[in-house]
Design a binder for this molecule. Structure first.
Ligand code: DGT
Ligand code: MG
Ligand code: MG
Ligand code: MG
Ligand code: MG
Length: 254
């Protein structure tokens, strides 16, 4: 095919090939989910249906992209991990990120009625942003997942205490915020236990630690023959799934 005189515009495209032999993590995050979850009356602070919907969309993404080995999610975010050896789309950041974001979003909307009931979705519809980051060492990848999981834990402890003060304690939101300002984890555990009889340790694992999806390394990895495991991620399961791909222990979390 002869080049047209317009062909030169291709030279304006910037290369965005990600560094070889590094773990690629694509993290997506719901846009404006503070508003979206309010609009659709998600249970506070955690709506199990919404988390199950996130997990179902993530599982669909993993089925469509066999190069993905692991995904970790909490709240309105999911991190998808491509293996170091991945050569999908020549490791182009924009193609990897946009494919994950659009596939995830399509399934999130498609599966919405199954998880969230009949209430019709109306604009603004759910959408997600995404970014791709390379992690050179196995320890960097572990620490990345630990970082997201610690974030989940800290946010969930805060939110659980905040909503206990508001919903069970009858406090105004602002008063609850002030009550929690400057508190550390042990203070929040104490508030939950002494004032509301809630033992934070007994909260559902999926709320405290998020969710992990991983591909069994032993399985033949084709879109037709997948062995995905979805779970409420106990630390041990997260560790187990990482261990399938990485040697060595996860960073301890508290
Ligand atoms: P963004 O990401 O900058 O567009 O803004 P948002 O509003 O998505 O904020 P983000 O991503 O920092 O925080 C997630 C929001 O989604 C946060 O306001 C809590 C809300 N959310 C996530 N999961 C649940 C849930 O299960 N129940 C309720 N009620 N809210 C949730
Ligand atoms: Mg955000
Ligand atoms: Mg968000
Ligand atoms: Mg978020
Ligand atoms: Mg095309």
């Amino acid at each position: 095919m002869a080049n047209s005189k317009y062909e030169y515009v291709r030279s304006f495209e910037q290369p965005d090939i990600l560094l070889a032999n590094t773990w690629i993590v694509v993290r997506i995050d719901g846009r404006g989910f503070s508003k979206l979850t309010t609009k659709y009356n998600f249970a506070k602070p955690n709506d199990r249906r919404g988390l199950d919907l996130m997990n179902a969309a993530a599982e669909a993404v993993m089925k469509e992209l066999p190069d993905l080995v692991l995904a970790y999610g909490n709240s309105d975010e999911f991190s998808f991990v491509f293996h170091k050896d991945c050569t999908l789309f020549e490791r182009r950041a924009s193609k990897l990120t946009t494919t994950i974001v659009s596939t995830f979003t399509s399934y999130y909307v498609f599966l919405w009625p199954e998880y969230m009931g009949d209430g019709r979705l109306t604009p603004p519809l759910p959408s997600f942003d995404g970014r791709a980051v390379c992690y050179p060492s196995d320890q960097n990848l572990r620490d990345y997942i630990s970082w997201r999981q610690v974030d989940c834990h800290i946010n969930n402890l805060y939110n659980t205490t905040f909503w206990a003060l508001v919903q069970n304690g009858g406090m105004e939101a602002r008063a609850a915020e002030q009550e929690l300002a400057g508190t550390v984890s042990s203070d929040k555990n104490e508030i939950l236990f002494s004032r509301f009889g809630i033992n934070y340790n007994n909260e559902p694992e999926i709320f405290k630690k998020g969710s992990v999806l991983y591909r069994d390394v032993g399985a033949i990895v084709t879109p037709q023959n997948l062995r995905l495991t979805e779970t409420n991620s106990s630390s041990s399961l997260l560790q187990q799934s990482l261990c399938q791909h990485l040697p060595g222990p996860m960073a301890p979390r508290n």
